[in-house]
Structures are given as C-alpha cells and as structure tokens.
Design a protein around this ligand. Structure first.
Ligand code: CS2
Length: 493
C-alpha cells in the first residue's frame, strides 16, 4: 500500500493515479457563487457540476461556501485547502478530488464578512441548501413564519443576521445602494416549487424590512426553480477510514454518494450564470413536472422507507429494500403516486420507477433510515400529503399514503416497537411531545392530537373523514400487528 497522504493543494500531484483531480489553476479562480449551507449534498452535487465548468476553462465560478450554524465544515476542510474527495459507490467505486470550493465562511463568527462577500460584484449566483427547516416557513401554507425567533432576531439585527433571508436581504440592500447588479438566488432544496416558494418568502421578509425593499425583491430578484437529485448519505468515520486504508488519502471530510446525479434548472437568471448545461445539468422553461415527480416518487418513497423501515428494525434504505414487504409496499406507493403527477413530456415513468427501486437497493451506500426520518414535519406535506390530497379529490384509495402518515406518527411518539427510545429530530419536536403526553398507544387519540398541527396538515385534511379514518386504521394496525405486518398487508393489493 502507498504511504498515506494528507489531502491538500501541495499534495495534489502526489495523489494515487486512480484519482481524478482539478486540472485548472485554482489560484486563478474568481468568486462567482456564494453558497449557503455547504453540507454533503452541495459538495456532491452543485460543487461537482461547477468543478466541470471550471475544468472547461471558465474560471469565473469559484464557490465561497457559508455555514450558517457551526464551524465543522470549515474546520475540517480549511487545513486541506477546501479540497475533498467525492467517492461514488455502487458495484464499483470511483474517486475524484473536487476543487471548486475556494473558502468557507462561518456566519455566526463574522456575519459582516459574509455580507461583504455576498456584495462582491463578481458574485452572480447565491445558492442555498439549508434544508427544509432553513426556510422558516409553514409547509402547509408556504407562508413565512413571522413569529419565528430567528426571523424576529434578523429583523431586529439586520447587520448581524442568522438566517439565509437575513443575509440575502442585507446583501441585496447594500448592492442596490452601491449600484451593483443583483444576483440570482438559486434554491437547491427539496421544497415544492422551490424557486417560487423561496421568492415568496424572501419578498415577504424584505417587505418586513421595508416596503421599498419588498417591492425591489418582488420585481427585480430572480429565484429560478430547480430539481436536484443525488442520494448522499452522511459521511461516517468508516468512510474516512476506508479512504485512508484503501487509497492512502487522509481526507477529514470526504463525501460518499451514488453515481446517479440530475439537476434540472429553470433558465431564468438575472445576469451571467455558469454553463452548468455543458456540465451535465438540464435547463428548461418549466421545472414543475420534474420537481413534483422527483419529490413525490423518490422523496415520498424515501420517507416511507424511513418511518416504516425504521420501525420494522431496518437501519438503512438498502436493508429495508431487502425486506420484500417494504420493497413491495414502496413499489405500490409509487404506483399510487403516478396518477397524481403532471409528468414531463418524453418521460417513461415506469422506467423512472424501476430506476428508483434500483437506486434504493444500492447496498454500497449506508443511507440510514434515521437520517431521512429527520424533520418529517417539513417533508411530509410535499412528499406524501400532496399526492394523498389529489387521490382523495379523485376518489381513489389512500391506504398506502395514509400508512406512511401513520408510520410517521408512530415514529414521533419517540418509542420504538421494542420499547426503546427513538432519537426524533424535528423543529416541531416540542409540539409533538406536548400533544402526545399521556397518549400511550391510543391510536385514535394520537391521530387526533397530531392532526391538529395545521402547519403540517392544513385545515382541509383534519376535516376530511376519509383521511382521518384511514390514518386511524393504519395506526391501529401498526400498534396491533407491528409495522412490518401492517406494511405487508398493503404491499400488493
Ligand atoms: C432524502 C433526500 O434525507 C432525505 O430526506 O429523501 O436527501 C434524498 O436523498 C435526496 O433528495 C435525493 O436527491
């Protein structure tokens, strides 16, 4: 085995030959993109498309990342000059060092530095992967949560904000005063109609800063819609060790992902943009059909595998897919979802469904059901309740979607089927705990208590008797039969 090398700019040329690496002059990069939320997904997706653009010779698009919460990414990546390894795994494995990330700013340490970087005239795109909860909105109505402590903080402290909205609004205001052209704001999170949702929220936030800024954001700032896709499990110590032992590379934060990647972007930018289309992305005039197909088919199935799979004792998506009951259920759930979609033209939806099943079976990825189960209150509305509403309106059966809702309810009770605690992570956790106090395993009571959460279910679903009944029956089955048996009954019908 070759001696171990610490990943860094100085060591790039000494890396093993099987590793692809940046072929461009990183010291000549300009900063064209500021990205908020430099987690693993961004580093396995947009940063890779951008690395391809840089490799084609257009050096205007270096990325400065910003962490809005903690310094972990900066601390891990700074000593290695922000280089990291992308490890794509399926039957085989490929390794590539990505060079598009130039710097990471830690916003809480120095908010002014982030605002200043956002105001550099070379910055034409501000992109975001801050996860669903980073939008501080009500998923059922898509309205800004104006009572949210962080939003109130930012309105009171515009020069030292905490949220993406606070930073972006401060930069838009300052650029406007300085006569610098506005940037495009690009949402890369799994929100429904993600660009227009972001545009509505940002406009509302700006309106609360001042009516003048509100009008400017509404009329002048563009937020194209995007559909982003690549399965990227959280990096583990085993992944680091594997890279070190197998390839001799010490990388403090490699990213492990599946080979598949897709990015569909609405071509509606204010100024210049990277030629991501020449780097594998697709530009279209309407992203909506791609986005709802992906959110409902892929992410909806993921959430089903997460709650029902976790309860059935499966640690990863691939393990859950090895269980015939769950695999059959998810296939059926997708069959039920298809009639709710307004499909992109030229899409073979059956082929799309079987490609998703194959991707979920990728045993080389350790994608934990617990990871996907996180923040369910922010995910269920677009993934499961959207298609469920449409099936209700069409008079179609809703049993499978209702079982996913019941699985989520069972999961957020915080105790698994063997009586062990579940580490539930969700911004509404306190609300769940208050509501469920003393509910025990009483399915009707749990359903009643949780359906009152209007931010998730809106006003319509709790008032719908078919929905209420289907979820109560499904939860009773989970309690009486166990989730695996409850799933098995609906796997194929
Ligand atoms: C997953 C997504 O964690 C989750 O909620 O469903 O991160 C999923 O892996 C990606 O959207 C795939 O593109």
């Amino acid at each position: 085995m070759s001696p171990r090398l610490r990943l860094s700019a100085a060591n790039l040329s000494a890396l093993p030959a099987n590793l692809a690496r940046p072929v461009y002059d990183r010291s000549a990069l300009r900063t064209g993109i500021v990205h908020l939320g430099v987690g693993s997904f961004h580093r396995a997706h947009q940063a890779v498309y951008t690395d391809n653009v840089l490799a084609s010779g257009d050096l205007r698009w270096g990325i400065v990342g910003a962490s809005l919460r903690n310094s972990d990414a900066r601390d891990a990546l700074k000593p290695q000059d922000y280089l990291y390894t992308l490890n794509l795994r399926a039957e085989t494995e490929t390794l590539r060092v990505i060079g598009s990330l130039q710097d990471i700013l830690v916003a809480p340490e120095n908010p002014a530095a982030l605002i200043e970087t956002l105001c550099q005239p070379s910055v034409a795109v501000v992109s975001l992967t801050v996860t669903e909860k980073g939008y501080h909105y009500d998923p059922a109505t898509r309205a800004l949560n104006e009572d949210d402590a962080d939003i109130l903080h930012d309105l009171a402290h515009p020069h030292a904000p905490r949220t993406a909205f606070g930073f972006i609004a401060a930069a838009i205001l300052r650029r406007r005063r300085l006569g610098i052209t506005p940037f495009t704001v690009l949402c890369c999170d799994n929100l429904p109609a993600n660009g227009s949702t972001l545009h509505g929220l940002l406009s509302r936030y700006a309106q609360l800063v001042s009516p003048d800024l509100g009008g400017f954001v509404r009329n002048e700032i563009r937020c194209p819609d995007t559909m982003v896709d690549r399965i990227v499990p959280a990096t583990t110590d085993d992944d680091r060790q594997h890279l070190s032992e197998t390839d001799g590379i010490d990388d403090r934060w490699p990213v492990v992902a599946e080979p598949f990647t897709q990015w569909v972007i609405e071509d509606r930018f204010s100024g210049a943009r990277p030629a991501w289309d020449e780097a594998g992305a697709t530009f279209v005039s309407d992203v909506a059909p791609f986005e709802s197909m992906k959110l409902r088919m892929l992410n909806g199935s993921h959430s089903a595998l997460a709650y029902l799979g976790y309860l059935a004792g499966h640690d990863t998506v691939a393990e859950a897919m090895d269980d015939d009951a769950l695999a059959g259920f998810v296939e059926g759930l997708m069959t039920d979802t298809i009639p709710t979609l307004d499909l992109p033209s030229n899409i073979d939806v059956e082929a799309y469904r079987s490609s998703l099943l194959t991707r979920f079976r990728n045993g080389a990825l350790h994608h934990r059901t617990w990871q996907i189960a996180m923040d369910g209150s922010q995910k269920l509305p677009q993934r499961i309740l959207g298609p469920l509403r449409e099936r209700l309106a069409k008079g179609l059966l809703i049993e499978r979607h209702a079982l996913v809702v019941a699985g989520w309810m069972r999961y957020v009770t915080g105790i698994d089927e063997r009586g062990r605690p579940i580490d539930v992570r969700d911004p509404l956790l306190n609300s769940f705990q208050e509501r469920l106090h003393g509910a025990g395993g009483n399915a009707v009571r749990i359903v009643g208590d949780l359906l009152d959460l209007k931010a998730i279910f809106g006003d319509d679903l709790p008032a719908d008797q078919r929905f209420r009944q289907a979820v109560s029956d499904a939860l009773s089955n989970i309690y009486s039969l166990g989730s695996r048996q409850a799933v098995d009954r609906l796997a194929r019908f």
